[in-house]
Design a protein around this ligand. Structure first.
Ligand code: ADP
Length: 159
């Protein structure tokens, strides 16, 4: 069984992430979305909230599972018997960091490969940070996130 891990902060999950998740779910038997529990990044949503939102927006993809993780990505990958790490590449600016991570992980875990999917051009400019900025400025984020996520953002920011 081919299992992929798609790791990230997903603070919150955007249409760009969803596009990668959907495409990955067609390639692999099982996709585990690893939601990074990283306190240093001071996220808008708690890891539990991010997991819940991902569960909601992927409910129609039966081979996608959501888990949170802390610590090293390769340990999480091994615990789940996965063989592949999936990452999305938006632009050249993503490349240097992603290459460094992939190469480091490969040295630490030679049996695990990193697979890069290029972003759907519709979402290549999109990031969680931009979505948060627009939402904080009371802008319309309907084109960027699932309606459930838009509602959670409205509640979080404006009560
Ligand atoms: P991280 O903190 O690890 O960068 P993110 O949640 O920002 O986590 O992103 C997780 C993954 O999704 C990364 O591989 C990132 O390049 C990818 N990604 C982010 N935004 C998009 C997008 N708009 N389209 C496709 N992939 C994206």
């Amino acid at each position: 069984m081919k299992i992929a891990v798609y790791p990230g902060s997903f603070d919150p999950v955007t249409m760009g992430h969803m596009d990668i998740i959907q495409r990955t779910s067609q390639i692999f038997d099982k996709v585990i979305i690893g939601v990074l529990n990283n306190r240093a990044k001071s996220p808008l949503f708690s890891v539990e909230e991010r997991v819940k939102m991902l569960e909601e927006v992927t409910s129609e993809l039966p081979n996608v599972e959501i888990q949170s993780f802390g610590g090293l990505l390769i340990d999480f990958v091994r615990q789940n018997q996965a063989q592949i790490i999936v990452r999305g590449l938006r632009a050249i600016t993503d490349f240097e960091y992603e290459l460094q991570m992939a190469q480091t992980n490969r040295v630490m875990a030679p049996e695990v490969d990193t697979l890069f999917l290029t972003t759907n051009l519709r979402y290549s400019y999109l990031s969680s940070s931009i979505v948060k900025e627009i939402a904080a400025g009371k802008g319309d984020i309907a084109a960027f996130v699932h309606p459930h996520v838009a509602e959670q953002m409205r509640r979080k920011l404006f009560g």
